[in-house]
Design a protein around this ligand. Sequence first.
Ligand SMILES: [Zn+2]
Length: 84
Amino acid sequence: MSRTSRLGRSHPGPEWRVSHRAARTDWTDTVERCAACHARVDMRDDHYQMVLDRDVDGPGKLTFERQRVVFCDESCADEWSQHV
Ligand SMILES: [Zn+2]
């Protein structure tokens, strides 16, 4: 489950639900793009993350898929989530 930074996509869709959202600072040397305003977000600076889950029908069991979405701050996250 390491492919969590597929960038440049549009909104993931209504089947995704927000399982977690929090302001955070990561000690990783990575720059990603805000999903709402596409500004550069340095993971080492204060930013905001949302974790989205989606149910997936697997063979004989229900499992789920997870992705992380990065924002510059909470207001961008709010703006983005209103498009669901
Ligand atoms: Zn933003």
